[in-house]
Design a protein around this ligand. Structure first.
Ligand code: ADP
Ligand code: SF4
Length: 694
């Protein structure tokens, strides 16, 4: 299909200093949990983005000095010529598809404890680590340190050019780099020419920019990534004041202004807390103060929103990290007039969560992310089925839908049977919770794809029994029947049922999602799950007029949300909703109209009035159907089913990303003999030096 002319502007080349981007799709630097630790995987992932049409594809942050060692995070680094090999390969892979390769040079200053290098961290001031709680202090950079730092930055920029990068990003953003630390009044109380006035605090950034331009600017674009607002009011940079003045002072120096808000929590807000394009109001001034091209991010997934941002004069380039993870082929799909095939990012930050745990990032929407090299998974294609076979998938939640989509893509004859009238399983239910409507994209993308496949039949309102499944006699059967929340409190902290949880006023998230409500105004949520569920139910019930308390055994409410960068915003939202937060608190018994609680810090029991209790602790797989079938197959070898498997929450309850991944994997592996003793992917190997001659 031809591209819709209204998107033509997205495909206009753009001159950025001495280089020209082929289009307006800019994959900004983003962490991915692979980097230098799993370089082959990182290279293949970046290559896939270029193949999918992103005109500029960047590295994640790339540290260039041992005193700015980003470990334990799996970023890239360029400390010496040994690092040129894998970064050079990344450039080749990006160039192979006609895209520009960019690199973001970084020193994390007083944010990085240098766990690997053991160098003393450096920054504008003598002060403890900022992000890290490690008992380590950074030391104030003296003039010699500043000279060394600038020299290393220049050297890294030259190396980057020499190995093929087209664009070098000088990075002052996210409250996480040496130039941004120097720029922030709260971090910089120096009295020399690098402290005090804005001009002085900006001096180091200006020097880096000028020196990089001078060193490589004739052939390589020298751009900036710059936070214009820290979203902390007058305590930080504000776009109306110093944020704007800083851009004005350096306006024509960089070849591109890539502007955003800081810190990372603010820059990568989830869809629960910010809509698409939410950074526009902060960065809109930039194009008015520079003639250089401008770019920003803001989880743009819709080509209409992208075109609008360009037409309204806010940006020239559309920056994207998460939308390019969820759909590496987004630009190609726009170009080919296949808008409905775009797999839109849902803004959940599971990708961020995994990189924060220093693991290869996974994506709720794109299960092939991080698997491009080690499993050879391509986001758009899969090997054709080797035989004309029939696959029955029971349950159309995220696991069943993805299994059906990929089995269909491979050419299997697929039957997808769903007990309910609605498809989507938990995704449909959960997307009705406050702030989670974008999660329905997980369902909608898959239904959209399946509807186009003549070899996939979907049956709604079809609760399958074991007898019906046997009678159908499919070659392969996948049971994707999901999981249910437990009512008895069993979970991470409690291994025995909480007394009294059998009472009618004790509910689970499944009850709430099905429309049941506590019998009176006072509700206690017991959260031993530590992710979003208890918080969004608290928000929902509070909006409905209940008086809500949320108790959790951990010192933090929804502790895992630190990884998705949502913890602060979640806490603010609960406070605004008037939810009483009870950290360090375990539910020990349920009684009529009240809950008995234990505070592990005060080491005290207390009673709390509660007309209703909602238990958010753990889930049990809905595996009855699978067990029944497995028994029949065992008793009747040669029964008319070839293979029987469980997928998704029915195999092991998890996050939606896991259900999608497992459904995908099931369909990819159909027709392949998999030995569970084997490692199910290619591994990266270190080169081990030969023993020294004795
Ligand atoms: P997952 O996250 O693993 O995809 P979900 O709980 O979201 O799991 O979805 C499971 C789906 O399976 C639900 O939509 C449910 O209605 C459906 N289901 C459960 N039992 C049956 C059955 N016997 N026949 C058909 N569908 C079923
Ligand atoms: Fe988007 Fe979630 Fe995928 Fe990240 S994990 S790219 S936020 S869908």
């Amino acid at each position: 299909m031809a591209r819709d002319p209204r998107y033509d502007i997205l495909f206009e080349p753009l001159k950025i200093g001495p280089v020209t981007a082929p289009n307006r799709f800019y994959q900004v630097p983003h962490c991915n949990g692979m980097g230098r630790v799993f370089p082959n995987a990182m290279i293949a992932m970046r290559g896939t983005k270029a193949e999918g049409g992103w005109g500029i594809v960047c590295t994640e942050q790339c540290d260039f000095l041992a005193s700015g060692d980003a470990s334990p995070y799996a970023e890239t680094n360029m400390w010496d010529s040994g690092d040129e090999v894998y970064l050079g390969r990344m450039c080749e892979e990006v160039h192979r598809h006609g895209s520009l390769a960019g690199i973001e040079l970084v020193h994390n200053g007083h944010d990085t404890p240098n766990l690997y290098s053991r160098e003393i961290p450096i920054g504008p001031m003598n002060r403890p680590m900022n992000w890290s709680l490690a008992p380590i202090q950074a030391r104030a950079m003296d003039k010699e340190d500043i000279r060394t730092y600038r020299r290393a930055h220049r050297q890294a920029a030259i190396r980057a050019r020499d190995i093929g990068f087209d664009m070098v990003i000088v990075y002052a953003g996210h409250d996480g780099t040496v130039p941004s630390h120097f720029l922030a009044r709260r971090h910089n109380q120096r009295t020399d020419e690098y402290g005090g006035s804005l001009e002085n605090r900006l001096r180091l950034f200006r020097e880096l920019l000028e020196e990089t331009k001078e060193a490589i600017g004739d052939t390589t674009a020298v751009t900036v990534r710059f936070a214009v607002d820290e979203m902390m009011g007058p305590d930080g940079l504000e776009w109306q004041n110093e944020g704007r003045e800083a851009v004005e002072m350096l306006a024509e120096l960089p070849d591109l202004w890539d502007v955003n808000v800081a810190d990372w929590d603010n820059d990568s807000k989830t869809s629960r807390f910010a809509p698409e394009g939410y950074q526009e109001e902060y960065v809109a001034f930039v194009k008015q103060v520079t003639t250089k091209p401008v770019s920003t991010v803001g989880r743009y997934t819709s080509p209409d929103a992208m075109v609008s941002a360009i037409r309204r004069g806010i940006v020239d380039l559309i920056g994207a990290a998460r939308p390019s993870i969820a759909d590496p082929f987004l630009p190609k799909k726009v170009e080919e007039g296949r808008i409905e095939d775009i797999r839109e990012c849902i803004g959940c930050n599971v990708c961020v969560g995994w990189t924060q745990m220093t693991a290869p990032a996974r994506c709720t929407q794109n299960p092939t992310f991080s698997e491009e090299w080690r499993k050879g998974w391509h986001p758009e294609t899969a090997a054709p089925a080797q035989a004309d076979e029939h696959v029955l998938i029971v349950g159309a939640g995220p696991a069943g839908l993805e299994a059906a989509r990929v089995a269909g893509l491979r050419g299997y004859r697929v039957t997808l049977a769903e007990a309910g009238e609605e498809l989507g399983g938990r995704v449909s239910r959960e997307s009705r919770l406050p702030g989670l409507s974008a999660w329905a994209r997980v369902r909608d993308y898959r239904i959209g794809q399946i509807q186009k496949m003549t070899n996939v039949e979907v049956y709604r309102s079809s609760r399958m029994t074991a007898a019906q499944i046997i009678e159908l006699g499919a070659d392969h059967v996948a049971i994707a029947t999901g999981a249910t929340w437990r009512r008895d409190g069993y979970g991470r902290h409690l291994s025995e049922p909480v007394p009294g949880t059998g009472a009618a006023h004790v509910l689970t998230p499944d009850d709430i999602l099905a429309g049941r409500r506590p019998p009176g105004p006072g509700v206690l949520l017991f959260d031993d799950d530590h992710y979003y569920m208890a918080s969004v139910i608290a928000e929902l019930l509070s909006a409905e007029g209940y008086e809500v308390s949320l108790a959790t055994p951990l010192p933090r409410i929804a502790a895992w949300m630190v990884h998705t960068l949502e913890h602060g915003a979640n806490q603010d939202r609960l406070a605004e909703a008037g939810v009483t937060m009870l950290p360090n608190t375990t539910l020990i018994a349920v009684e009529a109209g009240q809950a008995l609680l234990w505070n592990s810090v005060q080491r005290q029991e207390s009673e709390r009035q509660a007309d209703g209790i909602v238990m958010v602790t753990s889930r049990t797989p809905e595996e009855g159907l699978y067990r029944e079938l497995a028994q029949v197959l065992e008793a009747t070898p040669g029964a008319a089913i070839g293979t029987l498997r469980r997928v998704g929450d029915c195999l092991a309850p998890g996050i939606i990303a896991t259900a999608v991944y497992e459904g995908h994997r099931y369909a990819r592996e159909l027709g392949t003999a998999v030995d569970p003793c084997d490692v199910p992917f290619r591994r990266e190997r270190h080169v081990i030096e030969a023993a020294a001659a004795s």
